[in-house]
Design a binder for this molecule. Structure first.
Ligand code: ASP
Length: 341
């Protein structure tokens, strides 16, 4: 089992547990409404020396901007649902993450985008899969939740639904192109050609984005958006738009996952973490740790997840070397991290 993130033990001088999470301190006085936000910009394998200082700075700035966008909603008394959408949208619009602009290429040299959003206390959810012209797939997932009787729309049908929603911005598919993702596609295709078996392999994902928030009313929401995996074919859909796999929120726990999606679907990763909290009364940290660092790798998968509970505890385990992530705790402390330390 690989170890996951150990957070700096800054808050209240406590040593951070090796589970990648800290329990929120108990507040002594009358209950003050507290908010919390955690976001990710994808798990993956980035060697420390492969990330230039300039790229690292830019990625950290994007994560900070996404935190600010989500936190602006939360600190003004807004809903967790709006906060996660706002945070995810900032990362969708950044070319540095695999969601919206900068999404990976599929095998045909195009982009098919997946996203989902869920509100915990109402169990409302919306999702889209394989959309090709929607600038903010998370906005379309939200529209599915609020303006259709369905939870998930895919492909041409999702595009037709987007046609009915004037607030959904459309762009040509090439708008999502970036040179970096093109080079990744070329490399993946060269590698696939050189092999006889062309099955999926770990490490072909990077930069899916997600957010989980706790608002002043004690409500939790989660959202995830992605371009999926490089060189994907046949309309492949990963875990990101699957409620319970890549995204989950209930009234005590929320999760957004990132990693090798097939394993996240097979293990219902996002739901499993929250189910352990609900049914076994596991700590959030323990639940997230066990699912991400034991169950997923034992099945042959890899990746990470961000999770948050109604007390404002945050967990961010991953088993893939890196996970771009950032957080604001209920006490207002915030951070951004990429590597394990
Ligand atoms: N989970 C995503 C997928 O399988 C990829 C990622 O997290 O980067 O589509």
């Amino acid at each position: 089992m690989r170890t996951c993130l150990v957070l700096p033990a800054l808050v209240f001088g406590l040593a951070a547990p090796a589970t990648g999470a800290q329990q929120a301190p108990k507040s002594p006085g009358p209950a003050i409404p507290r908010t919390a936000l955690v976001i990710h910009g994808g798990a993956g394998y980035v060697a420390r020396d492969a990330l230039s200082a300039e790229d690292e700075k830019a990625a950290r700035a994007d994560l900070d901007a996404a935190l600010d966008a989500g936190n602006a909603v939360l600190s003004s008394g807004g809903a967790a649902l709006d906060a996660v959408q706002a945070a995810v949208h900032v990362l969708e619009d950044s070319p540095r993450f695999n969601a919206g602009k900068g999404a990976v290429f599929n095998a045909e040299g195009g982009h098919e985008l997946d996203a989902s959003i869920m509100e915990g206390h109402t169990r409302r959810a919306g999702a889209v899969a394989g959309v090709t012209t929607v600038r903010s797939p998370i906005a379309l997932a939200r529209a599915v939740m609020e303006h259709s009787p369905h939870v998930m729309l895919a492909g041409a049908g999702a595009e037709a639904f987007a046609d009915t929603r004037p607030e959904i911005e459309r762009v040509p598919n090439q708008w999502f192109d970036t040179d970096k993702r093109r080079r990744q596609l070329d490399a993946a295709q060269r590698k696939a050609q050189a092999r006889t078996d062309v099955g999926d392999e770990p490490g072909r994902y990077f930069g899916t984005v997600g957010a989980v928030a706790l608002d002043r009313h004690g409500h939790i929401a989660a959202a995830t958006s992605t371009g999926g995996m490089t060189n994907k074919k046949w309309g492949r859909v990963g875990d990101a738009p699957i409620i319970g796999a890549g995204t989950w929120a209930d009234d005590r726990c929320g999760v957004s996952g990132t990693g090798w999606g097939e394993f996240y679907i097979r293990n219902a990763v996002a739901h499993d973490i929250c189910a352990r909290v609900a049914y076994r009364e596991d700590s959030l940290a323990g639940a997230a740790q066990e699912v991400v660092n034991t169950i997923v790798p034992a099945a042959g998968g890899d990746g990470g997840a961000i999770a948050l509970d109604r007390d404002g505890n945050i967990a961010m385990p991953f088993n893939s070397g890196t996970m771009f992530r950032a957080w604001i705790r209920p006490d207002g402390s915030r951070g951004v991290a990429i590597f394990e330390d």
